[in-house]
Each structure stands twice: as C-alpha cells, then as structure tokens.
Design a protein around this ligand. Structure first.
Ligand SMILES: *[C@@H]1O[C@H](CO)[C@@H](O)[C@H](O)[C@H]1NC(C)=O
Ligand SMILES: *[C@@H]1O[C@H](CO)[C@@H](O)[C@H](O)[C@H]1NC(C)=O
Ligand SMILES: *[C@@H]1O[C@H](CO)[C@@H](O)[C@H](O)[C@H]1NC(C)=O
Ligand SMILES: *[C@@H]1O[C@H](CO)[C@@H](O)[C@H](O)[C@H]1NC(C)=O
Ligand SMILES: *[C@@H]1O[C@H](CO)[C@@H](O)[C@H](O)[C@H]1NC(C)=O
Ligand SMILES: *[C@@H]1O[C@H](CO)[C@@H](O)[C@H](O)[C@H]1NC(C)=O
Ligand SMILES: *[C@@H]1O[C@H](CO)[C@@H](O)[C@H](O)[C@H]1NC(C)=O
Ligand SMILES: *[C@@H]1O[C@H](CO)[C@@H](O)[C@H](O)[C@H]1NC(C)=O
Ligand SMILES: *[C@@H]1O[C@H](CO)[C@@H](O)[C@H](O)[C@H]1NC(C)=O
Ligand SMILES: *[C@@H]1O[C@H](CO)[C@@H](O)[C@H](O)[C@H]1NC(C)=O
Ligand SMILES: *[C@@H]1O[C@H](CO)[C@@H](O)[C@H](O)[C@H]1NC(C)=O
Ligand SMILES: *[C@@H]1O[C@H](CO)[C@@H](O)[C@H](O)[C@H]1NC(C)=O
Length: 533
C-alpha cells in the first residue's frame, strides 16, 4: 500500500491519515537530513567501549560493576545486559557484537532460573528486548543472511518460553498478576526472598499490572497464539474500568489488589509505580489501532491526559515558564513533586497528541519536556537529579519544612525547583522525551540539548577511564559527586539508543514504523503498512 504523502510542513498539518487508518506522525525530514553521522558514530563508540568492559569483566552475568570490574546477577542470571542491549547493537549495525549476543541468547535456558523472577523486569527487559531484536533483524535495516537464522528464531522462542512461564502469575481471581514467580515450582507470590515481604499482601503496583499489553499483543501476533493477548486484555480491563470512585477522573492509584481487582490507594501521578500503565494505553493503540480493545485504552488515556492538564499540571512560584506534572498524596492533594520517571510523560504526550491530532496535548507535552530539560542546564553536573519539588503558586511547599531550608529557597529562586534526590542513576526518561520532541517537530534545538547531555555524561561518568559509566551520587556537585559501582542494563537498552537515534538518519527506526516499549525496545507497528520507505 502507498503512504499518503505529506503536503505541508506546517505543524498543524503534519498528521496524515490514510484511507486504511494508518496514521503517520514523524516530522517529514528531507531525505538524507536530520541526522549527524559524526555524533552518531561518537555514541556508537561508547557502546563499543562499555560493551567491551562488560564482555571482559561480566560476560553472561546480568550487569557490569564498573569500579570493581566484575559482574552481578540481579535480573535472574540470564545475562540481562546482553538481552536488553542487543537491539541497540542491531540498530547501530555492530554485527560482530550482535553475532556474539545472539549466540549467547541461543544458549540460555530461559525456562529455569536460580532466582525468583519478577514479571515487570521479565516483561520489559527480556521479552521486550527479545521481540525488538527479532523485529529489527527481520526489518530492512539488516540485510538478510547477516545473522544465523536459527539464532534469530531463538529470540522468538525465548520470548515465548519466558512468557509461558509467567502465565501462572495471572491465575488470580481478578486476572491481575502477582509480582513474582519461581519458574521451577511455578509458585507465584508477591514475595521475593531477597526483599522483606508480607506474604498476606496482595497489592501489586499499577505499573506492574499495566506494562504488558504491548509486549503480549506483539507476541500473540508473531506466534499466532492469542493466549498472551487474552491474559493481557483481562488484566487491563481491571485497570481501565475501576469499579470504584477515583478522586480525579482517570487518575488512578499506585497499586491494585489482585483478589478484588480494585485500586488500594489514591497516590496519583505519572511517577514510578504508575508511569508505564499510562504510557502503554496510547502506545498499544498506536501499535494496533483497529483492534477494538485498544480503542478503550486510547479513550482512557485521553481522559487521563485531560485530568492531568486540569488537576496535576503545576507552574512553580514565579516560574511560569516551567510546567511540571505533580504527584498527589492519598487524599488527592498535590505534593508539588516529581521524579525522573515522570519525565517520560512529555514524550508520551507528544506521541499521543500528534497521533490524535490534539495540539493542546502536543503543546502540553512540549512544555513538560522543556521543563524536564531545565533539570539538566541548571545542575552543576549537567545531568538531571532523580527527584525534585517546587514552591507552588502561593509560594508554599507540600512538606512545610522544605520551605525553611535557605538552600531550597535559593535553588528554587534560580532554577524554579529544589532537589530532593540528587542522584543520577543513568535513567533515560528526560532524554527519551527530548528524542520524541526532535523526531516529531524536526526542531534541531532538541538535538543540541541531547548532545549537551551526552557530553555531560561523558565528562562526569568517564572522568576516570577505568571506572566507566558509573552512576553518580549528586548532580548538584561539579562532575556529579561520587561514582557508584553499577551500570544498569537499561543504559545499553535505553540511554545509548536514544542518544544514537537522535543523530542517526531519522528514517532509522521511524516512529511511523515502530512503537517503543517502556524499556526503549521498538517493535513493528502491527499493520506494518505505515512503512515510510
Ligand atoms: C555534527 O556534529 C559535529 C560534532 O558535534 C558538529 O561539530 C557539527 O556542527 C554537527 N553538524 C551539524 C550539521 O549540526
Ligand atoms: C548460534 O548459537 C549457537 C548456540 O549458542 C552457537 O553455537 C553458534 O555458533 C551461533 N551461530 C553463529 C553463526 O554465531
Ligand atoms: C524454587 O522452587 C524450587 C522447588 O520448589 C526450590 O527448590 C527452589 O529453591 C526455589 N527457588 C528459589 C529461588 O526460591
Ligand atoms: C522452553 O525451554 C525448555 C528448556 O529448554 C524447553 O523444554 C521447552 O520446550 C521450551 N518451551 C518453549 C515454548 O519454547
Ligand atoms: C490456579 O489456582 C488454583 C488455586 O488458586 C489452582 O487450583 C489451579 O491449579 C491453578 N491453575 C493453574 C493453571 O495454575
Ligand atoms: C502466523 O500466521 C500467518 C498467516 O497465517 C503465517 O504467515 C505465519 O507463518 C504464522 N506464524 C507462525 C509463527 O506460526
Ligand atoms: C475533561 O475533564 C472534565 C472534568 O473532569 C470533563 O468534564 C470533560 O468531559 C473531560 N473531557 C474529555 C474530552 O475527556
Ligand atoms: C488536525 O486538526 C486540525 C485542527 O486542530 C485540523 O485543521 C486538521 O484537519 C486535522 N488533521 C487531520 C489529519 O485530521
Ligand atoms: C535551559 O534550557 C531552557 C529550555 O529548557 C532554556 O529556556 C533556558 O534558557 C536554558 N538556561 C540556560 C541557563 O541555559
Ligand atoms: C500550595 O500548597 C499548600 C501546601 O500543600 C496548599 O495548602 C495550598 O492550597 C497550595 N496553593 C495553591 C494555590 O494550590
Ligand atoms: C517565598 O517563600 C520563601 C520561603 O518561605 C521565602 O523565603 C520567600 O521570601 C518567599 N518569596 C516571596 C516573594 O514571598
Ligand atoms: C581510577 O580508578 C582506579 C580503579 O578503580 C582507581 O584505582 C584510581 O584511584 C581512580 N583514580 C582516580 C583519580 O579516582
């Protein structure tokens, strides 16, 4: 099928709707423009570098400890960095590295683990990473025959195998999953031996329950086995049809009871614990807009965004240029506080605003993204803190004692917010949103912001060449304070991929062909008919 050509570069007319409902959203960059190969190559070299460190000190373990020069198993011992990081290497065309990653994955027995497996990480990092590598290797990006076909097929087999072993988690009266499972005994529970746990606690985070529809819809489509989509639909039905009153329409609490299927509290917002539930409502609609269930998800998202703009958006005192999305307490009172995770919201609002052709939502997304960017250029280290709060319109803070701190007042006078957790954990979310802003507007200012962040990251985290890419303790200090001994697998999956895709040719993993899971793993949009070339 032929894509309807863009007829105008004016923002309001960017959206093109085809007769077959295939919507294209990415900014129409002229052929060969929009990338910067010098910068893309620089990002690729950093992947090569940190991969070599992992391969040398930690190959086959889950994560690299960059200061101890060792590895650690904290994600079920299947080599999380390899599975989470392979699709980034595929996109970068690092064929030698991908070949070794595929061989590793083909050799792992994903049907057993010495550890308790949690549904969320298994879903977003492993299943998401496997499906994404499978889709990308089978796309026009990779010449056929580049990789061993048996080892490519093994990606899909592994995603299926892990998924089958997660199914018993959903055997609850509501259909909501328990958080953890022992693959050997098939015993699901909320308990993980490495964390303190009350065995009678049946509450599970909203994000855990709401972050599987995209992966399992894709898996069902790739395998022709509807069982994954059906389990996901049953779970999601609880989340979008709460049989209870919410304080604000479509602003849900942060956990649900797997027995009753009801939200257990009213802690609201787009922060960690809730975040990717909202994210997937619109993304799964973009993935399969003609599937009836996803229309319900999209409608719920529209209501959430409406309430977010109405009730949760907040401009700090004397800083009208900033727009933050506040979290709420259990009574629905705004806390005038936000965390790094919630900065994904800017990009999600941009994606949905453009896809649904709603310029109010799109503009709100730009404002939130720009405000998350301000966390970078106001910090001494040039990187964003993990959490921050602000003085509200009447110059008050949620936690009254915060206002007594001269340091908070001084920081807020300058920056518009004050820092409540200054750590930098190599999280991608503000960069993710800036990347959506770039791919959807074509405005090169976002590339410059992202390049500044990349350079700050190199300066701070590679200051000692033998302790590369450590996390940072305090971005309010020059160079970010102390180095911390951990490189999370999402550094490979997300941070390096968003940096790279900012400077790669924008036709590489176009937003008209792919939708990204919450761990930055792109999967092919279901119809496959939105392809731009
Ligand atoms: C591409 O990146 C290089 C390195 O940062 C920079 O010097 C150059 O100006 C950039 N080119 C464009 C067209 O932005
Ligand atoms: C495919 O994976 C298997 C199992 O790990 C490995 O023995 C084989 O060498 C891999 N194929 C290639 C071409 O690397
Ligand atoms: C999982 O269950 C098996 C069989 O009951 C048991 O031997 C094993 O210790 C359990 N694993 C963990 C990590 O608890
Ligand atoms: C999962 O892996 C186990 C062990 O390798 C194998 O016996 C089983 O058939 C696999 N299942 C699927 C669905 O691939
Ligand atoms: C589901 O749980 C019930 C008891 O809670 C048990 O009897 C049944 O065997 C379980 N089914 C599966 C498929 O695990
Ligand atoms: C799924 O079905 C389609 C259409 O019938 C077929 O082309 C494809 O090979 C099937 N895939 C699998 C994994 O069975
Ligand atoms: C937005 O929210 C308001 C108040 O909650 C409601 O009256 C209105 O119908 C909502 N609009 C949409 C499009 O959801
Ligand atoms: C998008 O919305 C604008 C008005 O906000 C309208 O003029 C335009 O026709 C819409 N475009 C599409 C493709 O629906
Ligand atoms: C920081 O970035 C914001 C946009 O996010 C911009 O408006 C502001 O001028 C920048 N501040 C500095 C000090 O560069
Ligand atoms: C500002 O925050 C305080 C403390 O939470 C609250 O009592 C007050 O109503 C808020 N002001 C406005 C305008 O919302
Ligand atoms: C805002 O509140 C802070 C902390 O209470 C106070 O120091 C400052 O003077 C107030 N600013 C204005 C303009 O009232
Ligand atoms: C750099 O890292 C090495 C190895 O961890 C360490 O021995 C050395 O003291 C560090 N150098 C500085 C300047 O921190």
């Amino acid at each position: 099928m032929v894509k309807l050509a863009f007829i105008s570069a004016v923002a309001a007319s960017l959206l093109a709707v085809r007769a077959d409902d295939c919507v294209t959203i990415q900014y129409p960059f002229p052929a060969g423009q929009g990338g910067n190969s010098t910068r893309a190559d620089a990002v690729k070299e950093e992947y090569r570098y940190v991969w070599a460190e992992y391969a040398k000190y930690a190959f086959g373990q889950d994560d690299l400890l960059p200061i101890s020069h060792a590895g650690t198993n904290d994600l079920f011992g299947w080599g999380a960095t390899i599975v989470d990081g392979i699709d980034t290497a595929v996109v970068m065309g690092l064929t030698d590295i991908v070949t070794s990653q595929l061989a590793w994955i083909a050799s792992v027995d994903f049907s057993s683990s010495a550890y308790i497996v949690d549904e969320f990480d298994a879903m977003i990092r492993y299943i998401g990473g496997l499906l994404s590598a499978y889709d990308l290797i089978n796309s026009k990006l990779v010449p056929s025959g580049t990789y061993d076909p048996a080892n490519v097929t093994a990606l899909l087999t592994a995603a299926t195998n892990i998924s089958d072993h997660l199914k018993p988690m959903f055997n609850t009266s509501s259909g909501l999953p328990l958080a953890n499972i022992n693959f050997t005994s098939e015993q699901a529970s909320n308990c993980n031996p490495i964390e303190p746990c009350d065995a009678s606690n049946t509450a599970v985070d909203t994000a855990i329950c709401g972050t599987l529809i995209l992966e399992w819809y894709r898996l069902s489509d790739l395998t022709n086995d509807s069982s994954y989509r059906e389990l996901a639909q049953r779970t999601e039905a609880n989340l979008i049809s709460p049989d209870q009153d919410l304080i604000y329409p479509n602003i849900v609490g942060s956990s649900l009871d797997v027995n009753t299927g009801k939200y257990t509290n009213n802690y609201g917002g787009w922060q960690g614990g809730i975040d990717s539930f909202y994210e997937y409502l619109i993304k799964t609609y973009v993935y399969a807009p003609t599937e009836p269930s996803t229309v319900d998800y999209k409608d719920y998202w529209v209501g959430t965004v409406n309430s977010t703009m109405k009730y949760l958006a907040s401009h700090p005192f004397e800083h009208p240029e900033l727009t933050f999305i506040s979290q709420t307490d259990n009574n629905g009172e705004l806390e005038y506080a936000m965390d790094d995770y919630a900065c994904f919201a800017g990009g999600n609002l941009l994606l949905g605003g453009r896809y649904l052709n709603d310029s109010d939502v799109f503009d709100f997304g730009l404002a939130v993204t720009d405000s998350c960017h301000s966390l970078f250029n106001t910090s001494a280290a040039g990187l964003n803190p993990f959490a921050w709060s602000w003085f509200n319109a009447t110059n008050q803070t949620y936690t009254a004692s915060d206002a007594q701190s001269p340091a908070n007042v001084a920081y807020a006078n300058k920056a518009g917010f004050y820092v409540t957790d200054a750590g930098w954990g190599a999280f991608p979310e503000p960069i993710e949103s800036m990347w959506y802003a770039y791919r959807l507007t074509g405005d090169a200012i976002w590339q410059e912001y992202i390049w500044d962040a990349f350079e700050a990251m190199l300066r701070d985290t590679r200051r000692n060449s033998s302790e590369a890419f450590a996390q940072l303790s305090d971005v309010t200090q020059p160079l970010g304070g102390a180095l911390q001994d951990y490189v999370p697998s999402f550094f490979f999956a997300e941070v390096l991929k968003y940096f790279y895709l900012t400077f790669a040719d924008p036709m590489v993993v176009s937003l008209d062909e792919y939708v990204f899971n919450t761990e930055c793993h792109p999967v092919n949009i279901q119809s496959g008919t939105c392809a731009t070339s």
